[in-house]
Each structure stands twice: as C-alpha cells, then as structure tokens.
Design a binder for this molecule. Structure first.
Ligand SMILES: *Cc1c(COP(=O)(O)O)cnc(C)c1O
Length: 357
C-alpha cells in the first residue's frame, strides 16, 4: 500500500534526496567508496560543502556579509549558542510554544530576558500581536513556525533597529525570507531539508564579536565561519542529503514556486477540516495557521472516535498523523516534499471515516 508521510520531524524527504543518498552510501562521487567512509577533507566532500553553501545562499537570496554554517547539535544547541555569542546584557523573546520556551530558558543563563508576549494562556493556539520590543535589547528572538501547535508567523516582524534572530527549523525554504532583516537564522535540518544531524545557521558576520565573555571554541560561531564549517568533522551524510534537497528545490523553480504549492496544500486541508462536521482545527485564527503543520481535533461530540480515526487512517497508509501529546488530536505535517496527492488521500480518508459515523 502507498504510504503517505505526515510525520512532524524527522519527516518526509524528496525521493530524489533519498535515492541519491542511498547511491552515495554505496559509491560516492565515483570514488568506489561509500560516503560513510571517506575523509571530510577529501576534495569530493569539500565540493559537496561548497555547493550546499552556495545553494542555500542562492535559494534564500542571502546578501553579502552573511555566512552559512552546517553545524551539529540540533536546533536545541542554538538555543544556547545564540545567547552565548550575542547576548551581552538583555534580550527579548516572543513565547509561542515549547521550542520558544526552551530557547528563552537558555538565554536566561546569559543575561536578562524580557518575554515580550506569550500565547501560553490558550495553549499556544494563536500568535500574540501588538507587543513591543524594547529598543535597548541585544536582539529579539522568535520562532517562525510552531511545529507542535500549528501556528506560524509568515511575515518578518518589524522591530526597528533591534537585531533579529529566528528559529526557522520547521518552515525554512517554504517561503522567501528577507534575510537582510536578520542577524541570525537557524534551522534543524530534519523537517524540510535532510536527515537529523545537521543544523543550518545563517549569520551576519558583523553581528559576531560584540560580547565580552569567553566563548568555548566549538560554541563560538566565528570558529565555524573561519573554518567553513570544517573546524571539526561535520555531519557528512546529512550535509550530502541536504545538498540533494537543495538541488531538488532549485529544480522545482526555487522557493517562490515551492511556497505556491505549500499554500495550496494547506489551504485544501484546512478547507476540508473547516467544512467537516467531525473535525475542527485547533488554531482558530486563519492568519495564524501554519502551512507546514496542520493541527486538528475531533469536535467534542465525536471525541470518543479519536483513536478509531487514527487506526482507520493508519490502516489506509496515513503515517504520523497523531497529534503531539501537548495538543492531542491529529497533526498532518505538509512539508515541502509532501505531494498534493497525499493531502488528497488524507482528505478522502477523513470523508470516508465521517460517512461511516
Ligand atoms: C524540531 C524543532 C526544534 C528542535 O530541533 P532539534 O534539532 O531536535 O534540536 C527546535 N525548534 C523548532 C521550531 C522545531 O520544530
């Protein structure tokens, strides 16, 4: 049976990425060796790193003066690396969920943290509006897409002269971003790019070197900028896979073309949920809804059918639609590599289940 992959992360990758990665595990760059067993300093791997870096810059239209890094440690390590490198006195954070909360917690180890707004009062089912970011902070940090709750900020916030830092782990490459507004963007790769193990960091070079504290070598962005992400052994295989996905994105027509498809997929699924008698989206405000992670639950009168629907859908090949335990219900993640066909299959499955009950 055809499987439809709605996992939230690690999550669906393009067949192009999977196939080329599998091939490179057997024979990388015609070396007659696996990519798993060659030096990261070989010219063949250096070419992978160079091309991946160049493609990130091209696809996101990154201006001069920025470095693209491929680091280990996951997005979670960035929660502490960001304040280690950028927080001298005070930073402002917007709290829109579990990941934002975790980022904020780490920052408190390095200085004063001002939480400008939080949507915790409603289990993070909306994006706070009308908050003000103080002008005297070292930076403002926010999470563009809240993977667990299905909310998303798709418009770069206006924060005047304050340095902007964003966790884009679960929606990078799903829309054009004006990188020039940001001092630092980071994203764990396992949601829209590659297998787990690598994190992309895009950093404005002149944002670094302003804090007075000592920074351990591996946690200092300047180390990795200087060494082109090759200070130590980088996550070789995930970087190779990332390159395949980036090539695939380029072949689709780049980020604008991808955004169009992503919007169409999400619109279709939300439409099906909003017009159903059985299901309801957990995020009421349409403008706050994520196009990457669509969260929905049973209406109260059907609540006891929740497990039945998961079983029914799973039996039809819908994989990974169980909602996060903090939200319950269902979550369909519609990352870039998920085809419209899978959205159609899920909608058909929902309709069939509703007709039965
Ligand atoms: C998944 C996720 C993380 C955590 O990523 P790790 O690579 O597991 O550390 C952080 N932020 C967001 C928005 C995420 O979706």
């Amino acid at each position: 049976m055809k499987k439809h992959n709605f996992y939230a992360g690690p999550s669906i990758l393009s067949q192009y990425t999977i196939k080329n990665t599998a091939d490179a595990v057997i024979n990388f760059a015609d070396m007659g060796l696996s990519i798993l067993e060659i030096s990261h300093r070989s010219k063949q791997f250096q070419a992978v790193m160079d091309e991946a870096t160049a493609l990130v810059k091209e696809l996101l239209e990154i201006p001069e003066g920025y470095s693209v890094l491929f680091l280990g440690g996951g997005a979670s390590l960035q929660f502490c690396m960001v304040p280690f490198n950028l927080l001298q006195n005070k930073a402002a954070y917007l709290n829109t969920g579990v990941w934002a909360t975790k980022a904020e917690k780490e920052a408190k180890l390095f200085g004063e943290v001002i939480e400008v707004a939080s949507s915790k009062d409603k289990n993070f089912n909306y994006i706070p509006k009308n908050y003000t970011v103080p002008t005297d902070v070292d930076y403002f940090h926010y999470t563009t897409n809240n993977t667990i709750y299905g909310t998303e900020i798709r418009k770069d916030p206006e924060v005047g002269n304050v340095r902007l830092v964003a966790d884009m782990s679960s929606d990078i490459f799903s829309r054009p971003v004006d990188v020039s507004k940001y001092d630092l963007i980071y994203a764990g790769a396992q949601k829209n790019l590659a297998p787990a193990g690598v994190t992309i960091v895009i950093v404005r070079d002149d944002a670094l070197g302003h804090v007075t504290r000592e920074i351990p070598t591996m946690l200092d962005y300047r180390t990795h900028v200087k060494k082109g992400s090759m200070f130590n052994t980088p996550p070789v295989l995930p970087i190779f896979s990332a390159l395949q996905t980036l090539k695939y994105y380029k072949s689709l027509g780049g980020i604008r073309a991808i955004e169009k498809t992503d919007l169409a997929k999400a619109e279709k699924l939300y439409e099906a949920i909003d017009s159903s008698k059985m299901f309801v989206a957990t995020v009421p405000g349409h403008e706050d809804r994520s196009i990457m992670n669509v969260c929905f639950v049973m209406k109260p009168e059907y609540a006891e059918l929740e497990k039945d629907f998961i079983d029914f859908a799973t039996a039809q090949g819908m994989m990974g639609i169980k909602g996060h335990r903090d939200v319950g219900g269902f979550r369909a993640s519609l990352y870039n590599a998920l085809p419209m066909e899978s959205v159609d299959a899920l909608i058909a499955c929902m309709k069939e289940f509703q007709a039965k009950h």
